[in-house]
Write a protein that binds this ligand. Structure first.
Ligand SMILES: [Zn+2]
Length: 189
């Protein structure tokens, strides 16, 4: 895949000349979403976003691992803090999606996959004090309901002492149609 990408890049450089724009997002907004490959390109189109409009942050499941939620200091919060304090972000959208891989994690499949790749789940659970298989799933960020997950992530961001009080909204996008549903509109005064 690396060679393919490098060849694509050669072609890109010969045909495209991207406009010079600054790194502060024009819409003063950060959008948090999932890493799902079906969101590539489709996500920006569905939201009407252009290059330079917003910060895009992606984590598996558009979520924060259960183990990193307390205290509100985690890598997602760190990125949002950079966006807010250094790049002028004043609004955040957390966008989960239907059919998310993290909403359907089969523990047996997970542990079998780890073992097949030479990683011992039990050893990891012990070393990292995860307790049991559920702890491992929590560490991975697995959840049962995408709407619930969006609510929870929105709440962790709202409560983080590292961030100022700015609107934090929660949405879910239909991975097939691209339709957005607002599940948590920030109405705090
Ligand atoms: Zn996903």
């Amino acid at each position: 895949m690396l060679e393919e990408i490098l060849a694509n890049n050669e072609r890109f450089l010969q045909t495209q000349r991207p406009a010079l724009i600054g790194h502060t997002p024009r819409k003063r907004t950060a959008v948090v979403t999932c890493m799902d490959c079906r969101l590539v390109t489709m996500f920006e189109q569905a939201l009407g976003l252009q290059r330079g409009d917003v910060l895009e942050l992606r984590t598996a499941g558009a979520t924060i691992s259960q183990l990193e939620r307390t205290g509100g200091a985690n890598d997602l919060i760190r990125s949002l803090a950079g966006g807010v304090y250094l790049l002028g972000v004043r609004e955040v959208l957390v966008v989960g999606h239907t059919e998310c891989g993290l909403a359907h994690v089969n523990p047996t499949v997970l542990t079998a996959s780890m073992q097949a790749l030479g990683v011992d789940p039990q050893q990891l659970i012990q070393r990292e004090n995860l307790g049991d298989l559920n702890g491992l799933l929590s560490w991975l960020g697995a959840f049962h309901d995408v709407h619930m997950n969006v609510h929870e992530v929105v709440e962790v961001i709202r409560q983080s002492p590292y961030l100022p009080r700015i609107p934090i909204h929660g949405l879910v996008i239909d991975i097939q149609s691209g339709q957005l549903a607002v599940v948590d509109r920030d109405t705090r005064a």
